[in-house]
Design a protein around this ligand. Structure first.
Ligand code: NAD
Length: 291
């Protein structure tokens, strides 16, 4: 069994990005610039945004953090987005989700200029993904693609079962795995909460991508010997023996599944660390006007 090291792969990718930034700057080109809008004071969102800004520093990007109060009106946020859309120095930006309840998230996503939508959530970018056109692929699925590539996990002609159909993970993942490209060419089955006899599907899978949000959901009896398993889930499970009172576990019952598979991602340290590296890659593409 090969343990897929997302932390190491993410750092390697960031080093490559940093090298490219140095090169761009030495050629007199513009320093890539990522902005992030954070509305409110949700602790998890603050942590995510802070680590994105730190990652920008690491690779030599310029970053701008726009903090707005939790009571900010939808109108005020739309005005800020308009400002970022027309600011030529900003190559790409994200609006950290979730937003406070009084703000319509979809309306906000649709107001972001597709050419600066480095999260890849805008309908134009999702449409371009479906049509196999150059686009910003949202960070988590993009990170998984990198892991499969770097670990040279064969995909062509394989059967991939994706569990979960969310807009940010499961659905784009199923599209990427079925694409007629080097990484892709799988036969894909997309399973979800209404799927009957899930185990019958997963037992057919050469590759399982689990994005459900339920701790230890995928058990060894659901997995074919020698399959590759990508665990996207990040679930907090109460554990009074740890200082924080909880531990993070994935959607896959790691102890038993890891004994049967050819490749597996751990949680934490698998898919999670790849997300930031992918966001940086999208920003680099934006600064080079590749999309
Ligand atoms: P979501 O709640 O939006 O979607 C969950 C999906 O699971 C749904 O499509 C649902 O149909 C499916 N599902 C629920 N119960 C099921 C069942 N019994 N059988 C089959 N399918 C079932 O969640 P999401 O945003 O896609 O996130 C999924 C998990 O991935 C969460 O644990 C989340 O924290 C984690 N996540 C991790 C990263 C990362 O960077 N590693 C990024 C995003 C999400």
């Amino acid at each position: 069994m090969i343990l897929i090291d997302g932390k190491k792969t993410s750092l390697e990718l960031q080093e490559e990005i940093a090298k490219e930034v140095k090169q761009l700057i030495s050629e007199g080109k513009k320093q890539p610039h990522l902005a992030a809008i954070l509305v409110g004071d949700d602790p998890a969102s603050q942590t995510y945004v802070t680590s994105k800004v730190k990652a920008c520093d690491r690779v030599g990007f310029k970053s701008t953090l726009v903090k707005m109060e939790a009571y900010t009106s939808e109108q005020k946020l739309l005005e800020k987005i308009k400002e970022l859309n027309s600011n030529d120095d900003i190559d790409g930006y994200i609006v950290q989700l979730p937003l406070p309840k009084h703000i319509n998230e979809q309306k906000i996503i649709e107001s972001i200029s597709p050419s600066k939508d480095v999260d890849g959530f805008h309908p134009v970018n999702v449409g371009r993904l479906v049509l196999n056109l150059p686009t910003y692929v949202s960070a988590t699925p993009y990170g998984i693609v990198h892991l499969l590539e770097r670990y040279q996990i064969p995909t062509e002609g394989k059967h991939c079962v994706v569990i979960g159909r969310s807009h940010i993970v499961g659905s784009p993942m199923s599209i990427l795995m079925a694409k007629n490209t080097n990484l892709g060419n799988c036969t894909v089955t997309l399973c979800h909460s209404k799927t009957k006899n899930l185990k019958e599907h997963t037992l057919q899978a050469d590759i399982i991508i689990a994005a459900i949000g339920r701790p230890n959901f995928v058990t060894a009896d659901m997995v074919k010997q020698g399959a590759a398993v990508i665990d996207v889930g990040i679930n907090r499970v109460e554990d009074n023996t740890t200082p924080k009172g909880y531990q993070l576990v994935g959607d896959v019952k790691f102890d038993e599944v890891s004994k049967k598979v050819s490749y597996i991602t751990p949680v934490p340290g698998g898919v999670g660390p790849m997300t930031i590296a992918s966001l940086l890659q999208n920003t680099l593409k934006a600064s080079k006007k590749e999309i």
